[in-house]
Ligand binder design. Structure first.
Ligand SMILES: Cc1cc2nc3c(=O)[nH]c(=O)nc-3n(C[C@H](O)[C@H](O)[C@H](O)COP(=O)(O)OP(=O)(O)OC[C@H]3O[C@@H](n4cnc5c(N)ncnc54)[C@H](O)[C@@H]3O)c2cc1C
Length: 537
């Protein structure tokens, strides 16, 4: 049996950082296992390709949740990357860290070392920011953060100005001292290509001889020596392989797969395990619980001014955009479609923003959702406004349905199951309408396509939200960090309660969902987690 100091499961956003940092110690050997394969494809590396990878089963786990009463019985489609780079290879690249209070909240839940002042150095460490080094930003780190504000579609300016009319300040940096307000999102790209952690961290680290990457390797079971994780079983080419971990097994499988692997290994709620036919090794009721996600709805508007639809829909426009990209790696192909956005208060008396906004100068009302190809927008000028509540209070869960590692777990989001989340859904819907009715955005709107003017009352707005809202792809919390093994899965050093040599380092350990997008905080967790592993050697 092969043996390594560390066996890391999952070469996603977190796993690429963890494996890269651990292999900086030349005397340490690291095996990184990834169920998927190569990320060297055009549609992963080209920023606009994001829409193409959305339904590509070669690189995507393609989960469907259980039918959710909060969504009028609809199930929600949850793409997750099954490829080197993980979900960071198929995401929209928006770089947002979250609010200071998010991390102070993690600390106050009994997790010393996770307050904002504690985690800021790890955000900075990973970062190579366009604006150079400041108190808030890092320079020279592996992952590039690009400021696209000078290059976004001109309609973004109208969005920012209309929000200003409503009293929401403009900000140039959601990750700086003034994260509050509206502006242009920074994104993870470098020289016009996606800056996933696979590109930024893993690729350079693979030159080291002490780091081995195996693709097409599906981890199926953690091996134990008493209460110590001693290795891992995985399937590769239809064969079961076992490997010894001399120091630690580190799970970086993400918010769906890390709890799944714990449950497959007999760690979880005994009732869930028994129902799936898996013997309980250790009861840990929090595994798969505490599932949190952002839920957004989009409002679509026809525009009297050209939008990205006019640039990307016609063949001549596609060719122009392609040429532009080839010349200087610029233009619409080099960016995400989520260009403008913000963090705003639905009521002025709130202590901090409670809604996240998106402004995308593009629309897809006539493209079947199942295609979602960003290069095929609507054949008329239009754009969209979206929002989600920053901190949903609904909690879902996931559990394995059988001992078969290939079978998708059952995911129950329980969206909109609290009064607070319903109130936020209504407040946000009304805010989008107010924005659209405010100059200068209002001056170019020639009609609301969706939900449409016939949706007017609170009850109609809420019914529309339940009918159309969908995930923003930010599931977290299913192996939550916390001091109490009755509900938490890992402690503040990310060690699984009750075991040694077993850590979880990925988005599943967030005790609460951060107020914004989840990739940057996952990188931070991975930086800090890797450092704790090295300290504990
Ligand atoms: C469509 C989409 C758009 C998004 N847009 C944004 C955005 O614009 N900005 C933002 O901040 N966030 C965004 N996110 C969210 C962000 O990408 C995730 O929060 C982040 O990637 C989570 O990182 P992770 O390391 O926890 O999991 P992942 O990156 O999903 O990595 C998990 C890895 O583990 C592998 N794996 C899982 N199980 C096994 C197993 N049993 N054996 C071997 N390997 C395994 C997976 O294949 C995967 O590579 C988006 C996500 C999606 C899906």
């Amino acid at each position: 049996m092969d043996s390594f100091d560390y066996v890391v499961v999952g070469a996603g956003t977190a796993g690429c950082v963890v494996a890269s940092r651990l292999s900086e110690d030349a005397g340490t050997s690291v095996l990184l296992l990834e169920a998927g394969g190569s990320d060297r494809t055009l549609w992963i590396q080209l920023p606009i390709g994001y829409g193409r990878t959305f339904f590509d089963k070669k690189i995507n786990w393609m989960y469907d949740t259980e039918a959710d009463p909060g969504l009028n019985g609809r199930s929600s489609y949850w793409p997750r990357g099954r490829v080197i780079g993980g979900s960071g290879s198929i995401n929209a690249m928006v770089y947002v860290r979250g609010q200071k209070e998010d991390f102070d909240g993690w600390r106050d839940l009994g997790n010393p070392g996770w307050g904002f002042a504690d985690v800021l150095p790890y955000f900075r460490k990973s970062e190579d920011h366009d604006g150079g080094e400041t108190r808030f930003h890092g320079a020279g780190g592996p992952m590039h953060v690009t400021d696209i504000s000078a290059r976004v579609h001109p309609l973004c300016g109208l969005f920012v100005n209309a929000a200003g009319q409503l009293g929401f300040p403009a900000t140039t940096d959601f990750n700086g001292p003034e994260g509050d307000g509206v502006g242009i999102y920074q994104i993870n790209t470098a020289r016009g290509l996606r800056a996933s952690t696979a590109n930024a961290f893993l690729r350079p680290a693979l030159r080291r001889r002490n780091l081995k990457l195996e693709t097409g390797a599906l981890a199926t079971r953690i091996l134990f020596d008493g209460a110590r994780a001693s290795g891992l079983a995985y399937l590769r080419g239809g064969q079961e392989v076992t490997v010894t971990a001399r120091r630690e097994v580190i799970l970086c499988g993400g918010a769906i797969n890390s709890p799944q692997l714990l449950q497959l290994s007999g760690i979880g709620d005994p009732a869930d395990l028994a129902a799936a036919g898996v013997a309980t090794r250790q009861a840990l009721a929090g595994v798969g619980k505490n599932l949190q996600d952002h839920l957004a709805v989009s409002y679509f508007y026809r525009s009297s001014r050209p939008t990205l639809n006019d640039q990307l829909r016609p063949l001549a426009g596609k060719i122009r955009a392609g040429l532009r990209y080839l010349i200087d790696r610029g233009g619409p192909l080099s960016m995400s479609v989520n260009q403008g956005g913000g963090f705003v208060r639905s009521r002025p008396d709130l202590a901090r923003p409670d809604l996240q906004l998106y402004f995308s100068p593009v629309s897809y009302t006539e493209t079947p959702v199942s295609e979602r190809k960003l290069l095929n927008p609507d054949p008329f000028s239009a754009f969209l406004l979206s929002f989600n509540a920053c901190r949903p209070t609904s909690r879902g869960r996931l559990r394995i349905l059988s001992a078969d590692p290939h079978r998708h777990p059952s995911i129950t989001p329980n969206y909109l199951s609290t009064d607070q989340d319903l109130a936020d859904a209504l407040a946000g819907s009304k805010l989008l309408r107010r924005l659209a009715a405010t100059s200068p955005l209002a001056d170019i709107i020639t009609g609301e396509i969706k939900p449409g003017p016939e949706i007017r009352t609170d009850a109609e707005l809420l019914a529309d939200f339940r009918d159309r809202a969908d995930t923003v792809y930010h599931p977290v919390g299913t192996c939550a960090m916390g001091p109490d093994p009755r509900n938490a899965v890992v402690d503040a050093r990310l060690l699984v309660h009750g075991f040694s040599g077993l850590r979880v380092i990925d988005a599943s350990v967030f005790p609460t969902l951060t107020s914004g997008n989840t990739n940057a905080p996952t990188v931070m967790v991975a930086e800090k987690g890797a450092e704790m592993v090295r300290q504990d050697r």
